[in-house]
Design a protein around this ligand. Structure first.
Ligand SMILES: N[C@@H](CCC(=O)N[C@@H](CS)C(=O)NCC(=O)O)C(=O)O
Length: 325
């Protein structure tokens, strides 16, 4: 794990000493938007028109942020328009690399062996962490965006004219509700598990742990009476929560010490997770070999032996029982 400083790669872990043992995630560097007509989006520059075979997505199958973009790419029928390259789940001193792990791929567009080389093609003197997902523009030879929350918004609507798919996971009347759910869930759950796992003081860990389980308990209560987070239809907020829930019992419970409860112990969250997992197309975006190998192998500070546990047994295919809600 490392970062680019003035265009030079440095193998360096997050410096939690400066932040009282707390893990603080950095803001994403590339913030342009693909739009239907190439007009500028909410941030960055314009000139990124939705077109077939122009954009390329770099992902890790292990990463919950990249996973969001893969789910939207599948559900919004973008797979033929936007190809992907999949990094090796083992992230070591060179950061994300293209390797030989099953179901990892080479870099089909830039021929890089390390993801940081792609970032350097986009910006030779870059000062940034090198993260997935990253959406590459073959025409302008740059990274459009490396912010998953924004990439899924682009995928939700920008390409509709090309695909004919008008499913909307961020409908206008629900936007305020979805934004509020996202804010709480990002801070306490999606990023909360990382804050617990990467904390280097007991206090920072305890803070993240308490907020995480308070939020999960609240979500479990809410889902007793509501089929999905924002009501009777699936929205962006559900897919954003899903990618953390599906990793929880396999990785966050043990590796990140988020072990008050498992998702399978929650009466409502467990069925909700199974329903989303069984959504047509979604199970095919989940790869537990990449997920488990990535976390247990890559975080040498918290698992120096790099042993990947064999369990747990998961039961995501059994009936979810949520049809009645
Ligand atoms: N805000 C970013 C975060 C992406 C992110 O942190 N991805 C992780 C993998 S799960 C990564 O690439 N980490 C490498 C690093 O931080 O050096 C997003 O949501 O797109």
């Amino acid at each position: 794990m490392g970062l680019l400083v003035d265009g030079v790669w440095r193998d360096q872990w997050y410096d939690t000493a400066k932040t009282g043992g707390r893990f603080e995630r950095q803001a994403s560097r590339f913030r342009n938007w693909v739009t239907a007509d190439g007009a500028p989006g909410p941030s960055g520059d314009g000139g990124f028109r939705a077109e077939a075979d122009r954009y390329h997505l770099y992902v890790s199958l292990a990463c919950p942020w990249a996973h969001r973009t893969l789910i939207f790419r599948r559900l919004k029928r973008l797979e033929d328009l936007i190809p992907v390259s999949v990094v090796d789940p083992r992230m070591g001193e060179d950061g994300w690399v293209f390797g030989d792990f099953p179901e990892a791929t080479p870099d089909a567009v830039n021929g890089a062996s390390k993801l940081y080389e792609v970032y350097l093609r986009a910006e030779p003197g870059a000062n940034t962490r090198v993260t997935v997902p990253a959406l590459w523009d073959r025409e302008r030879e740059t990274i459009v965006s490396n912010e998953s929350a924004e990439i899924i918004r682009m995928f939700n609507s920008a390409f509709d004219g090309l695909t004919g798919d008008d499913q909307d996971f961020y409908p206008e009347p629900l936007r305020a509700r979805i934004d509020a759910l996202n804010d709480a869930i990002y801070d306490r759950v999606n990023n909360g598990v990382y804050k617990a796992g990467f904390a280097t003081t007991q206090g920072a860990y305890g803070e993240a742990f308490d907020a995480l389980f308070a939020e999960l308990d609240g979500l479990d209560d809410h889902l007793a009476g509501s089929r999905y987070l924002a009501g009777p239809s699936v929205t962006e907020a559900d897919w954003r929560l899903f990618t953390t829930l599906v990793r929880f019992d396999a990785v966050y419970h043990g590796h990140f010490k988020c072990n008050l409860r498992r998702i399978s112990d929650y009466p409502n969250l467990s069925g909700y997770l199974r329903e989303l997992y069984q959504w047509p197309g979604v199970a095919g975006t989940v790869n537990f070999a990449h997920i488990k190998t990535h976390y247990y192998w890559s975080h040498a500070t918290i698992n120096p032996t790099r042993i990947v546990p064999k369990g747990p047994e998961l039961d995501l295919g059994s009936p979810h029982g949520r049809e009645g809600l």
